[in-house]
Write a protein that binds this ligand. Structure first.
Ligand SMILES: [Mg+2]
Length: 266
């Protein structure tokens, strides 16, 4: 029986960049209470983990005590947070940052200029489509993320922008020539993540096993980008058991099965 359920976030637990739906929140609460360790791992920043995962769990009946089994692997697991309080009242201040491996300023600017130059040369720099205050390239501390239409674009526009990943493959090809010391990986619907080689989900999953004192065989991983080149593929390559989902509906279906087998589904 798997003790640890690890999840990609965008398109696996939610519709990209939105909070997890009520159904997923309720299933995660049941799993947390059944003693499973729930480990979301994604390229998002910590604040987004709170908005997309923690807040919906609390809104849908989760208690602060349920959070002790929730482990947040932020920025592809190059940062790890756990909830460290037995207070009955929830406070976001109780999230403890256990580790962090940030990029240097020089690394960030090298990646940013490579991505910007590549997208501009290809005609994929969509600055005019950004909402006020939004940005295409974001420094997420352990990685830099390019989001073609910004963070707050509508889901429909995002899906339509690059459904076959072809635009992003071209940007990646150019950016790699300009900044050869870094890895560029396609994720989400409009995103490219750039980081130091090895600082991908393999790094995150390796640290997860260390922190939670677990073996590969203890873990079941859910992701939507498990194809070669996708940001979940490194986990498959590690030899961790993986379930490929198309959407959070598939994830919910599988989670109900797990809860049924474990006897925790009421
Ligand atoms: Mg995903």
């Amino acid at each position: 029986m798997k003790k640890i359920l690890a999840f990609d976030v965008d398109q696996t637990l939610n519709v990209a960049k939105t909070p997890i739906p009520e159904e997923i929140s309720e299933l995660l609460i049941k799993l947390l209470r059944a003693g499973f360790k729930i480990c979301p791992i994604s390229g998002q920043k910590f604040d987004q983990f709170l908005i997309q995962i923690v807040d919906p769990i609390l809104k849908n009946g989760g208690k602060p005590s349920d959070l002790k089994n929730l482990h947040l692997f932020v920025a592809q697991g190059t940062q790890y947070y756990r909830y460290n309080s037995s207070d009955k009242t929830y406070s976001p201040k109780n999230w403890e940052k256990v580790y962090n491996f940030p990029l240097t300023d020089a690394q960030v600017s090298e990646i940013c200029s490579a991505l910007e130059k590549s997208a501009k040369e290809l005609g994929f720099w969509e600055e005019d489509k950004l909402k006020p205050g939004d940005e295409i390239i974001e420094n997420r501390l352990s990685q830099v993320t390019f989001s073609a239409l910004g963070q707050s674009a509508g889901t429909k526009e995002k899906y339509a922008w690059d459904p076959d990943c072809k635009k992003r493959e071209k940007i990646v090809e150019k950016a790699k020539l300009l900044a050869p010391d870094f890895e560029f990986e396609i994720g989400g619907t409009t995103s490219i993540n750039a980081f130091v080689p090895g600082m991908n989900k393999v790094f995150g999953m390796t640290h997860l096993m260390e922190e939670l004192n677990a073996e590969k065989s203890d873990i079941l991983y859910f992701g939507d980008m498990t194809q070669p080149g996708g940001n979940d593929y490194p986990v498959v390559e590690m030899g961790i058991d993986t379930i490929t989902v198309r959407s959070h509906e598939d994830t919910a279906y599988a989670l109900r099965g797990i809860l049924g087998v474990s006897g925790a589904l009421k």
